[in-house]
Design a protein around this ligand. Structure first.
Ligand code: UDP
Ligand code: MG
Length: 314
């Protein structure tokens, strides 16, 4: 019997969860009866009633399982925990706020089952209902990161994917601490079918992503998958060495011929400011990579489980 694992990461989703669950069950019913389902809720240290709601669902429906973290570890950690603990032949990842419509699941399954695809990814074709500044910066981010990496990151891609077991195993084998799931999904490759849908607003509750958090996440994505910024700082450094060398020669000639040794200190101050600014900027870039290396080297666990349901495999 084939089995599909549905993984949902939840952080303070008490309002959205009941709505999400009803919608998910409705869509699961449209699948052939020969397919078994496993619904894994990962409670990412919610401070509201989320865990109780999940436990309640689990006691009513034995397909529902849960993992609950000791604190908030972030969505990436929740996804990883779900992937490690699921046993399906196919696995899908969803948000709890219905921004990833479960109505696409059957279509996604059909692509993987009947056509030669290993995974189906989803992308939003628009960002209606999102602040314009946010959309603008996200466009810039995808342009940048695609220039800097050797594989393609799809603009507007969501974490909502449907994968075969081989893709799941590949992603689990990437054990890094700084996890950027969209990047990991692109990194492992395989034959991916992309389907598109219009942006949907979350049904209830609030987004956990502030602009600042998103900026940090974007920088994480870049440093996790590209070393181009390090090369960039070397190139800028080299460029200024060449410029200053040319200037030195020009000044020597000027002094020898015209004899005007003291003028020009304001321009000197500008140059000092600029060059020291660039030096600090480059140091900052190096610092970013160093801090990531530091976190990786410590090999801390990606998540810590406080409790989980008994019917989980691990
Ligand atoms: N989420 C999580 N841990 C976090 C933040 C978010 O598990 O620290 C979950 C959240 O419950 C939701 C999904 O990740 O199911 C997406 O979060 P959200 O809707 O806030 O993000 P957005 O859709 O606005 O990007
Ligand atoms: Mg959302």
């Amino acid at each position: 019997m084939e089995k599909i694992s549905v993984i949902i990461s939840c952080y303070n989703e008490e309002k959205a969860l009941p709505l999400f669950y009803d919608e998910l069950i409705k869509n699961i019913k449209s699948f052939p009866k020969t397919i078994d389902f496993e619904i894994i809720f990962v409670n990412d240290g919610s401070k509201d009633n989320t865990l109780n709601i999940i436990k309640n669902l689990s006691s009513k429906n034995k397909q529902v399982k849960y993992i609950s973290f000791s604190r908030n570890f972030g969505k990436e950690a929740a996804i990883y925990a779900g992937l490690e603990n699921c046993s399906g032949d196919y696995v899908t990842l969803l948000d709890a706020d219905l921004q990833d419509p479960p109505s696409l699941l059957l279509e996604m399954y059909t692509y993987v089952k009947n056509e030669n695809y290993d995974a189906v990814g989803t992308r939003r074709v628009n960002r209606k209902g999102e602040p314009i500044v946010r959309s603008f910066f996200s466009k810039v981010f995808y342009k940048l990161i695609n220039k800097m990496t050797s594989f393609e990151m799809v603009d507007g891609a969501r974490d909502y994917v449907f994968m075969k077991r081989n893709v799941v195993d590949a992603i689990i084998s990437l054990k890094e601490y700084n996890r950027y799931s969209k990047g990991l999904f692109s990194f492992v490759g395989f034959n991916v079918k992309w389907i598109e849908y219009q942006n949907i607003k979350r049904v209830a509750g609030k987004t956990k992503w502030s602009f600042w958090k998103l900026t940090k996440y974007a920088l994480e994505g870049i440093t996790a998958f590209s070393t181009a910024p390090l090369i960039l700082s070397s190139i800028i450094g080299l460029f200024f060495c060449v410029v200053s060398f040319l200037l030195i020669i020009a000044i020597i000639f000027k002094t020898l011929i015209l004899g005007d040794p003291t003028s020009g200190w304001p321009s000197l101050v500008c140059i000092i400011f600029m060059v020291s600014g660039i030096q600090l900027f480059s140091l900052g870039i190096i610092g970013q990579y160093l801090s990531k290396t530091y976190l990786e080297v410590k090999q801390r666990p990606i998540y810590i489980v406080k409790e989980k349901s008994e019917n989980l495999i691990n």
